[in-house]
Design a protein around this ligand. Sequence first.
Ligand code: S3P
Length: 430
Amino acid sequence: MSEGSNRIVRPAQNINGSVRLPGDKSISHRYAMLSAMASGTTKLDNFSAAADCRSTLDCMQKLGVQVRQNERHVEVDGIGMQLTAPTEPLDCGNSGSTMRMLSGILAGQDFESELIGDSSLTNRPMARIIEPLRMMGATVAGTSDSKPPLHVRGGKLKAIDYKPKVASAQVKSCVLFAGLFADGKTTIEEPVRTRDHGELALRAFGAEVERTQTRVSIAGGQSLKAIEAYVPGDMSSAAFFLCAASLFPEANLVLDNVLLNPTRAGILDILTLMGGRVSFLQVEQQQFELIGTIRFQSGKLKGARISGAQIANLIDELPVLAAIGPYTEEGIEIRDARELRVKESDRIGAGVKNLRAMGATVEEFEDGVRVPGGQKLHGAEVDSFGDHRIAMAFSVAGLKAEGETLIRGAEAVAVSYPSFYEDLERLVAG
Ligand code: S3P
């Protein structure tokens, strides 16, 4: 099925079976960072297998922290709030989350560090974190257009009350992590509510965080305590299988121990509105996060218009929703999603090119796409554009196309989900 880094996807008959997803990437990053500064040894089960989270662990090791990993089990020996000056640049790989959130911690460290990344990350905007960290008193510099590499020289910080222009959970976590080192109460007020794993992880590690709907505050000078935790399965990875299942009338998919945090479960709401059926087989709270086992059965696939405040909670699921758009009855329209242009690839441009390669009619806007429904796609050569979510989205589109689809650069899936194709093959055969 694979040819070098390319992958062939053939039409499928059904999606059936259960899958245990890799640990949530957003939570894994945050636990890895906070555990480094905690007192004691943090023990994490089902830690994300993503290359991105490996980048975070590698950076924490370069900052003087002992990390032991045995497959999905990770142990981190915390060294307290002051980390050790790195002797080489901190390589964040493809991971914007690593670079943006770690910068918040480095802003509180009494040394200078350099953060570097791959060619995709080197093109991503960093002004969104440079601005608040400078306001707090850190010295932070990127290139002349505020892109990586970043140089961060930290120290004692001032508390700020900050309203970012973009809705970004990475920026929120960055500012809250820096707030741990500030003299007073740091507040961030989001334009719309984004995923809240930063706040919940801080609480899990023993910090006090206050919040209302869109304002979150943290007092400086708090210390963190190690935790033992199971990282819930990644809903953004599950989204590919949920969307695949929604294409087949007989589909039956069980997701074990998956993250059900309402700021991440927007995909369940959209698929339910389109006609799918979700049953909650078991739900509980662990480390302030909702986790559970769900069953998804397909029904109609009506279509949807997604815009405004819905975007933040579906941001990583938009490529796959666009990719199944042609197979829906009424189509998929996505607006107010300009942020997709500055993800691991330009996800609007990449999605439009691939949909057209597969024979779809699609309208492109600066802030989104309109994909009419009731279309048939044919297999074609499509490109991942080096972006894990584009590779997985078009693998899903290929399951219902006529003929074979070749995914160029399919190895990109390792950034968030190294075993994606093995798990997909099991569900297709199921
Ligand atoms: C993430 C936030 C989102 C998301 C990214 C992970 C996080 O990015 O796209 O994959 O873990 O906070 P933004 O903060 O840029 O919206």
